[in-house]
Each structure stands twice: as C-alpha cells, then as structure tokens.
Design a protein around this ligand. Structure first.
Ligand code: FCB
Length: 401
C-alpha cells in the first residue's frame, strides 16, 4: 500500500459546518423550541443553552481558524430575524453581520445557511410550507437578510436538506415523527416538496439580486441507496422522491451541497437493515465512510449538467475520536478519487465543528471540538487538529493500493 496525496483544486473550501439552532442556544421563538417543550412530541431532551454559540461564536471561529480551516458554514435563524410576522429585528441582523465580519477577519470564508430545519413559531402557526403565502414569507425573510450577506459572503445555502423537511412533514401528517435516517419508509410529502422547490427558486433569485457574485445553492441529504440484487427498479422508485427530485431542482444553481453519512441498502420490498455484525455509530447508522464518494457520484449523475458540488456535511457520531479520524481519512480518499475522476468538487465541510444539539439529544457527538455542557469550554479533539491541519498542506490524503 502506498500513500500519496491529491492537491486541493484551486479555491477549494476546507471547513466545518454548524446550524444555528444546534449550537446557539435559547432559540425560543422557533417551532423546534416549542416542540422540545411539548410532552406529546416525545423529544428526549430540549436544546436549552446548546453550545451558547450565540454568545461564543468568536471562540468557535478563533479555534477553527487556528486549526487550519479556511471556511466556516453557519446558519442564521429566521426565528430571531423575524420573531413576529413582518417585524425584522435590526439587532439580530447586526448580530449575524458581525459574525460574517468576524469570520472574514480571521481568514474564514463564511458560508451562510438561511434555513436549517427551524422556522419561526408564527410561520408554523400559519400552516408551514404548504400554507398560502409561505413562499412569499420566506422570500421576504431572504430579502431582509441582504445586509448580512451582501458583502464578503461567497456561498449561501438557501434550505438545508429539503428532502428531510418533506419527510418530516409527511410524518407529522400521519402523527408519526420519524427522523428520516437510513432505512426510513415514510415518503416525502409531495405538496411540501413542491413548496420547498418554489421557495428555493425564489430564494436563489432574491440572493442573486442582493449580489450576483454570491454562489447560491441548497444542500441535499444523500442516503446512498444501494440496490441489492434484483432490486434495481425498486431502488430507483424509492430514491426518486426522496433524493433525486431535490437534486434535479438544483439545476442552474451555482453549486449543490452534498451531505452524507452512511448508506441504505434496498431490497425488492424496500430498505434492508445493515447486517447484524456491521459496526454502528452513536446514531445507530452503519459505519460506512465510503458513503460520501457514492453521494458525490450519484449527485453528479443525476444533476447531469456539471453543476459544481460541495460536500457541505460529512462526519460520524462517535465517542472514539480515533475512529473519527479513520472515518474522515477513508471519506477523504473517496473525495480525492472523485476529483481525480473529473467530478467538480469545490469543497469539503465536515459535520460538525462542535459537539452540538442533535435534534433531541446531546449524545450523538459529531464534533471535532468538545463542549463542556456546564462551562461551555471548548476543547479541540485530535481529529480537529488532524483535519484542520490538512488546510495548511492543502492536500487530500490518498491511500492507493
Ligand atoms: C443532517 C443535518 C444536521 C445534522 C446531521 C447529523 O441531517 O443537516 O443538522 O443533524 O444530519
């Protein structure tokens, strides 16, 4: 076995990702906060202070920049910016603008997510994405974000994992609240799918009006559906509404965000559980670092028009940081192979910068950086030092046999 390296393509993004609700704390005007305190929702634990990044974002950025990362993806919270319908908070807009300036001052290029699962309570009360006026409400919010993104922001993600949102919406209609991880059987709600695509298209237009230099796209959850023998047609039928429809909707965007963690094998009757002896991570997902390579190739095939790809999330929930390094090393090998095969991959952002609130639990530790839950003290793990360090060599490690 020989060890080589693949140089980063020019301008390659090298970073870590977070989402507002998962790290900021006290996002009290959001639908998620309300759900977290509703016993009927059966959410294990509420987010409460999360990582207190609303106040400690400077420490987060200091650490990421010191580690060697050059890019930082973070979310801005609609529920803070528009706490009541039509009322836009100048103070919150200024807060997020300070974050953009703070990133730039540290040599971190900010990638800003406008919507990452959470909406204001008033938006949910109106009926959510399928209500009359929902797309217009989202577009007005995006327009109100102009002062945050107008200068210095190179990448904007409109909506994170619309396919997951549409699956959650379908679950909510049937009283079921599945987290659509590997092996889910709930089909995305079609009406929500259409509304999200319309919202995305409108948001892309709004962002381009703010500054035509901004690269804008959305980020799609890739479950790496793999057909077992004889289940090829079943796999296409299963994959299309859950993934491909959202990839196709990204045609004409400046990039598409690729997010993957594990795989899902499909048999003639649907998803098949991972073998009993498969290694599983803290989320219960099969340890399968090759996922990102499959996700990149599948996305490139489906979109078919050469739209650039950026890995906007990829990582592992584990308490064993050595295994995290193994995961990233194997995943980066796949990213390098995709680049060598001519796929236009323009960046890699790990999930996640911090051990954070994973939608109901703090136990699924995806972080490169540990956070003490009582003091909020941050400690970079060895994986953070290793991964960040590649930002200095600007080479992807490659294990060629
Ligand atoms: C993705 C989400 C992200 C995080 C990871 C583990 O589905 O975008 O917020 O929870 O999974």
């Amino acid at each position: 076995m020989t060890h080589t390296a693949t140089p980063f393509p020019d301008g390659f993004l090298w970073g870590a990702s977070t989402a507002g609700h998962q790290i900021e704390g006290n996002n009290v005007n959001s639908d998620w906060w309300r759900r977290e305190h509703d016993p009927a929702a059966k959410i294990e634990v509420p987010s409460l202070d999360a990582c207190d990044s609303y106040h400690r974002w400077e420490q987060d950025m200091d650490l990421l920049a010191e580690l060697g990362f050059t890019d930082y993806r973070f979310g801005i919270e609609w529920a803070r910016i528009e706490p009541e319908r039509g009322f836009f908070s100048r103070a919150e807009i200024a807060h997020y603008r300070r974050m953009v300036d703070g990133a730039l001052a540290r040599g971190l290029r900010p990638m800003v997510t406008l919507h990452h699962f959470t909406v204001p309570r008033w938006f949910e009360d109106l009926g959510g994405w399928t209500a009359d006026g929902a797309v217009q409400a989202f577009t007005r919010y995006v327009e109100a974000c102009a002062p945050i993104i107008a200068d210095g922001v190179r990448h904007v993600c409109t909506i994170n994992e619309p396919n997951v949102i549409a699956i959650l919406a379908a679950g909510a209609r049937t009283g079921d609240q599945p987290w659509p991880t590997a092996g889910g059987t709930v089909t995305p709600d079609e009406e929500t799918t259409h509304a999200l695509i319309a919202a995305h298209r409108a948001a892309v237009g709004a962002v381009r009006t703010v500054n035509s230099e901004i690269k804008v796209g959305w980020t799609v959850a890739n479950q790496v559906y793999q057909a077992l023998s004889g289940a090829e047609d079943a796999t296409v039928a299963y994959t299309h509404p859950r993934e491909d429809v959202f990839i196709e909707a990204a045609r004409g965007d400046d990039f598409i965000g690729v997010q993957s963690y594990t795989r899902t094998r499909i048999g003639p009757d649907g998803p098949v559980p991972a073998p009993a002896d498969a290694e599983r991570t803290l989320t219960g997902w099969e340890y399968y670092p090759a996922a990102v390579g499959h996700a990149l190739r599948h996305t490139a095939d489906v979109i078919g028009d050469g739209t650039p790809l950026i890995v906007t999330e990829n990582g592992i929930a584990t308490a064993d940081d050595t295994r995290r390094i193994d995961y990233y090393a194997a995943a980066l090998d796949q990213v390098a192979a995709a680049i060598e095969d001519g796929i236009d991959v323009q960046g890699y952002l790990a999930w996640s910068a911090l051990d954070n609130y994973e939608w109901g639990t703090y136990k699924s530790t995806f972080g490169l950086i540990a956070v003490d839950p009582s003091t909020f003290e941050r400690t970079a793990k060895p994986s953070a030092v290793w991964l960040g360090g590649l930002g200095r060599t600007r080479e992807l490690p490659r294990t060629a046999s």
